[in-house]
Ligand binder design. Structure first.
Ligand code: GCB
Length: 610
């Protein structure tokens, strides 16, 4: 179903990019969902269809205005803007591609009134050749985007629309969007939109798989070429460059194996003084009849990942996950890409001494993943399969889940920071129907990832009833002892956690880690003795978990602890959330709660003692 390699757009001597970030025009469809389609809003400037407002791209639209109807909108919203394509792009020798880093959830794109592409799913890139749609008139071009954020039992993440038919209580036609998950359903054009060019015949995809044998890095690669007039005897030259740009190995052909002597391995920053070492895989292919060369430079790292019965190994050394689940979430911009926030978060990750995070509960922006690669931060890469319960284990959901897995692996397959795929969060994996479902998803993931990264799920059912773990390599467990069960009774945590984790180990025989534990905590709220929602209680609760983790670590199969959550984040309005989920060790604006200092001390100590 997916087509094309969708390599991240990078400038080179044969490629050019042009960002379309900035202010776009925006409007919702109001209460008439069909209006935009019926009246063909894509055939003219959006401002001629009715009132529009300026809307930043990238950003979620929800928190930009003072209008609750926009914040809480469910249905079609519309964006458009104009742009110029340089005259030099108007040639048959070039391919012009329009690419969206992501838009949430279902998106249709028109260029100059012609349908260019549509995409199902909110967290992965999509693109289309648009060269043939571009005008050569002086008035430039128009891109129109319609986005629908409605979630159903068959979308990922899952949700449902509930009609309220009691006319004593609700106006006619009243409905609500129910969400099967605990974060705000931010929507809009969340990541960078850009145009990029390639030669008409081009490098479509690169797969790099690395191994290490006696200090020699072994780099197996495969190049896919695209475009018209493909020359069957196309030549490709490959050069591996070190960080300084020096060529250290060479090869030729669309596939091959290159050896890097004395390879500098990619290491997590907690394991090595020179972490996150990235080489460059430079490919040059003159694949068309006309012999124009396409050049693409892919950053990659040389490292191995292996899972034994009890250990998680990076470059053959045991790795213990210390980190958190995160969210793409911030004030005003929602889930919109923000370089300042990315830099701040990675500085905080380093400050806290965390070596890893999970991309709960969806794939994060490629610009975030780039930093994980370069800074040596380990990532558990999760698909948006959150909220899978009885009614969701349907054929339609599975089909989409398989596509999402494919899109994610295609996007992140070459990233050294990604050491494991998380194929779901807290599914009802106690249900028999989930067995075939996860078997299919796991098989698809294993067949697609040439480097065979391990698979996991953040599980929450009872170990004895779980049917999903048999398809996985590592068991992640989400548990809220002392919070959702026995709130305020932190003294019970040790006993309960030890019993729970031992049971998961006995049932699965696999390495086990805790992927969520935590307590909602309002920054600045204090009480002693500790009481739920205070900073004192969060500190007490995590202290009890840490004691239990230390006992588990001695047992030899316990491979990590990820606290929930890195920072406070927004959720839907409910009576169990005080302006969002407050389980962050940082506030939403990234200031430490007392717990952050405890985590920081612990993570730094654990690194120094290992
Ligand atoms: C969970 C979910 C996470 C929630 C968290 C909570 O188990 O995986 O999305 O935010 O619990 O705080 O309830």
């Amino acid at each position: 179903l997916t087509s094309g390699g969708m390599l991240y757009p990078r400038d080179s001597e044969s490629r050019e990019t042009k960002e379309l970030s900035g202010m776009w025009s925006f409007r919702t469809s109001g209460s008439d969902q069909d209006a935009g389609f019926r009246e063909q809003w894509y055939s003219k400037p959006l401002s001629q269809t009715g009132p529009v407002i300026p809307m930043p791209v990238p950003a979620s639209y929800n928190d930009i205005t003072q209008d609750a109807a926009i914040r809480d909108y469910v249905g079609w919203v519309w964006y458009d803007r104009e742009f110029f394509a340089p005259t030099r792009w108007r040639t048959d020798d070039l391919r012009v591609v329009l690419r969206f880093g992501s838009a949430h959830y279902y998106t249709i794109v028109w260029v100059n009134g012609q349908r260019a592409v549509s995409h199902d799913g909110g967290h992965l890139p999509f693109e289309a050749d648009v060269g043939h749609l571009l005008s050569d008139g002086r008035r430039g071009n128009r891109v129109t985007v319609a986005i629908n954020n409605t979630l159903s039992p068959f979308t990922l993440p899952t949700g449902s629309i509930e009609y309220k038919n009691d006319t004593n209580m609700y106006p006619p036609g009243y409905f609500v969007q129910n969400l099967n998950f605990d974060f705000f359903n931010y929507a809009g054009i969340h990541r960078t939109v850009l145009l990029y060019t390639t030669p008409a015949t081009y490098i479509d995809d690169i797969t790099v798989v690395t191994d290490v044998r006696d200090a020699v890095g072994v780099v197996r690669y495969n190049l896919t070429l695209g475009g018209r007039d493909l020359n069957p005897s196309a030549t490709c030259k490959v050069v591996i460059r070190d960080k300084e740009g020096t060529a250290i190995a060479k090869s030729a052909g669309v596939q091959g194996e290159v050896k890097v002597a004395d390879a500098i391995l990619w290491w997590p920053f907690t394991m090595h003084p020179q972490p996150g070492y990235m080489y460059t895989f430079e490919a040059r292919c003159a694949a068309g009849q006309e012999g124009v060369e396409d050049v693409y430079r892919l950053p990659f790292g040389i490292r191995t990942v292996n899972v034994t019965k009890s250990e998680f190994l990076i470059n053959g050394r045991p790795f213990y996950f210390m980190g958190f689940g995160k969210h793409e979430d911030a004030n005003i911009r929602g889930k919109g890409l923000d370089y300042a926030l990315i830099a701040k978060d990675f500085n905080l990750i380093r400050w806290l001494g965390a070596n890893s995070f999970r991309t709960s509960h969806y794939p994060y922006a490629e610009e975030i993943m780039d930093q994980a690669d370069r800074q040596g931060v380990v990532v558990i890469d999760e698909v948006p399969a959150v909220g899978l319960h009885k009614e969701n284990f349907a054929k339609q959901t599975l089909q989409h889940h398989l596509v999402v897995i494919e899109e994610l692996i295609r996007r992140d397959k070459n990233r050294p920071s990604v050491v494991m795929w998380s194929i779901a969060n807290e599914p009802s994996s106690n249900l028999a129907v989930s067995n075939d479902y996860f078997k299919a998803v796991a098989e698809r993931a294993r067949s697609l990832d040439v480097s065979r990264r391990p698979l996991t799920i953040a599980l929450s059912s009872a170990a004895a009833k779980d049917v999903a773990h048999q398809h996985l390599d590592v068991v992640m467990v989400n548990r809220y002892f002392g919070w959702y069960s026995d709130p305020g009774r932190a003294q019970l945590i040790g006993r309960q956690l030890l019993a729970c984790i031992e049971e998961w180990r006995n049932v699965s025989g696999k390495p086990v880690m805790v992927s969520e534990y935590g307590a909602d905590t309002i920054a600045g709220m204090h009480m002693d003795p500790p009481y739920v929602f205070t900073e004192e209680y969060q500190v007490q609760l995590i202290g009890e978990y840490h004691k239990a983790f230390d006992v588990l670590r001695k047992k030899g199969y316990f491979v990590g602890e990820l606290i929930w959550n890195f920072a406070d984040f927004m959720t839907a309005q409910t009576i169990t959330r005080v302006v969002g989920n407050k389980k962050g060790i940082l506030t939403r604006d990234r200031q430490p709660k007392a717990s952050a200092h405890v985590i920081r001390r612990r993570y730094h100590q654990l690194v120094n003692s290992s």
